[in-house]
Design a protein around this ligand. Structure first.
Ligand SMILES: [Ca+2]
Length: 101
């Protein structure tokens, strides 16, 4: 998976608004891939060892930036997703599996 657009409220530790990516469908530190994503510099493309990626987007109640657009690529096809329908102070999960897309 990779990002084609990124503009999320910047912070050194991505404390306020961020995307967190997990390898598999469990949200714990052991499955976290890299660091939280925020700001405007996308991370390098991410590969899944398990065949699934869980992507959580979190925002707080203030300072809104446009968000992100990303893609998930499997052997069969590519799908795009983004936070365009999300408003402030929400949390949203995308779950992608190589068997489902
Ligand atoms: Ca914010």
């Amino acid at each position: 998976m990779g990002f084609t657009y990124l503009d999320i409220e910047p912070d050194d530790y991505c404390s306020y608004d961020y995307v967190a990516i997990y390898d598999g469908d469990v949200e714990d530190d052991r499955h976290l891939v890299g660091n939280r994503v925020c700001g405007t510099v996308p991370p390098d493309p991410i590969s899944s060892a398990s065949g699934s990626l869980l992507v959580r987007f979190v925002t707080d109640g203030s300072v809104r930036h446009p968000g992100f657009r990303a893609y998930f690529l499997s052997k069969e096809c590519m799908s795009y997703f983004s936070n365009t329908f999300l408003t402030l102070h929400k949390s949203l999960v995308f779950l992608f599996n190589k068997d489902l897309v």
